[in-house]
Design a binder for this molecule. Structure first.
Ligand code: BG6
Length: 487
């Protein structure tokens, strides 16, 4: 007889990928430099928490477009990466702007200057042994595909995406190991709203069309495109690790009323649907039933289901910001309600560190795949004082979330292999287009009108994160925000 035992980690594993994350459209600027085409976020105006961003028809002369200049990472990447290295980053997640490589999206030959830019960024990261994690599509489809194909409504866009994915995977096959396909693809089903659907799929709704029908067809095209990219990637370099990217926002039941509990379970399927296809390679039965019940149809090509089955992912990456709550409603089915236990940020996002552990445990149990958190952050309005920002609330929230990550690893046995907090340097907010909603460890002197020196300043969280990384995330070895030196 022997004892049933397994050696599990008791802390963050030694090779844990600590780092930070950005997206091309929110950081690079240089929107029309070196042959880049207009991407979908280049026609988004600035907004704020009370005013939505407008989608203009092409780039119009009289509007201010915050993504056109962003924080000018295109020209400052060397300085910024040096600062990331100073914090001890082991990984850096960023996206390739599709429109920099294929300005219109339907070309056969890529734009060499665009490819060269990412070669330079990758070389700079290699200098500091920082592992790149690349998102292929983080809301950066070429705008031409929106105007001429209706975005992912059109099946042809699968081919354009796969050609783009193959091009960059071949080019960087010896410089990149980790790839993610589509950023937060599930959000467009959870909230079928104009901005989310447009930025995820390049779709602008027509009058009186069945929006859910349109979105589901586009989602099918994206899932096939993602699976094809996985299959192609594995041929290009069998050592590639290719993952999906899900927005994890767990939905809790409003009470112990079984009707609320079941309503929450059903609402969570807006996330599970994607995980089920990416990880298990097939649409789940509840999805087929929903199509039938709601009289929705998805057109598929002969091989699509086989492609989904073959192109499953190696790992799941997720963003996590908040949780939400639903209750059963006889008329509407489900209604979102307030959670009195979770405070809110100024932008109304709920703060729920335990929800992160819950999400990790839940996704890991469901899919049995390694996980990486490629976004978490606290967006706040901040001002420089003595050339720094005292962002103690961000530090506190990071501590609370990191504690939950550790619990997930140690207590729940989750195979979590990295954490790249969002907006490791201040950048343009996706949902509002503001600079005012800051996430960074590094402050960028730029405001919502595009004014400022663009100079970088180190916030207090910069030093705290650097110290945390020096002790591999062991919060117990940090004293008053500074690492206790061991030996
Ligand atoms: C995620 C996106 O939704 O959340 C990022 O992947 C985005 O692009 C981040 O920036 C934070 O959202 P926001 O709207 O505060 O920038």
């Amino acid at each position: 007889m022997a004892k049933l035992k397994k050696k599990l980690p008791t802390a963050f594993p030694e090779n844990f990928l600590w780092g930070g994350a950005i997206a091309a459209h929110q950081a690079e600027g240089a929107w029309d430099t070196d042959g880049k085409g207009i991407s979908i976020c280049d026609v988004l105006t600035g907004g704020n928490k009370d005013k939505k961003r407008d989608i203009t028809k092409g780039v119009q002369p009289d509007y201010y477009y915050p993504n056109h200049t962003a924080i000018d990472f295109y020209h400052t990447y060397k300085e910024d990466i040096r600062l990331f290295a100073e914090m001890g980053f082991k990984a850096f997640r960023f996206s390739i702007n599709w429109a920099r490589i294929f300005p219109k999206g339907n070309e056969t030959t890529p734009n060499e200057a665009g490819l060269q830019f990412y070669d330079d960024v990758l070389d700079e990261l290699a200098k500091y042994q920082i592992e790149p994690i690349i998102t292929l599509c983080h809301f950066e489809m070429p705008y031409y595909l929106v105007e001429h194909y209706g975005g992912f409504r059109h099946r042809k866009v699968i081919d354009f995406f796969v050609h783009y994915a193959e091009t960059v995977m071949i080019r960087y096959k010896n410089k990149v190991s980790y790839w993610l396909t589509f950023n937060e693809i599930n959000n467009q089903l959870k909230h079928i709203d104009e901005l989310t659907v447009y930025t995820n799929s390049g779709i602008i709704f027509k009058e009186n069309e069945n929006q859910k029908q349109v979105v589901l067809q586009a989602i099918h095209h994206e899932l096939v495109a993602s699976a094809q990219a996985v299959i192609a990637g594995k041929q290009i370099n069998p050592n590639f690790k290719i993952g999906c990217m899900l927005a994890a926002e767990p939905i809790y039941p409003a009470s112990d009323n079984p009707a609320d509990v079941m309503t929450a379970e059903i609402s969570n399927r807006s996330l599970y649907l994607f995980g089920d296809v990416y990880a298990r390679g097939k649409y789940p039965n509840y999805f087929y039933r929903m199509l039938e019940n709601e009289n929705l149809t998805i057109e598929i090509a002969a091989d699509d289901l086989k492609v989904l089955q073959k192109g499953t992912v190696d790992f799941i990456s997720l963003s996590y910001y908040q949780s939400s709550v639903v209750r059963y409603d006889k008329k509407a089915g489900s209604v979102y309600v307030n959670n009195e236990y979770t405070p809110k940020t100024k932008w109304g996002w709920s703060i729920d560190p335990i929800g992160l552990r819950y999400s990790l445990a839940n996704l890991h149990e469901r899919y049995q795949l390694p996980l990486i958190i490629v976004e978490y952050g606290f967006g706040e309005e901040e001002h420089l004082e003595n050339e720094t920002v005292n962002d103690s609330e961000r530090i506190e929230l990071l501590k609370q979330h990191i504690k939950q990550m550790e619990l997930a690893i140690v207590e729940d046995g989750v195979e979590l292999f990295g954490f790249t907090p969002w907006g490791c340097i201040d950048l343009v907010s996706f949902s509002t287009g503001e600079m005012k909603k800051r996430y960074g460890f590094i402050y960028v002197d730029r405001n919502d009108q595009g004014l400022g020196t663009n100079q970088r300043y180190l916030k207090q969280s910069f030093y705290w994160y650097r110290d945390l990384l020096a002790v591999n995330g062991d919060l117990r070895r940090l004293e008053n925000g500074h690492a206790i030196k061991i030996n």
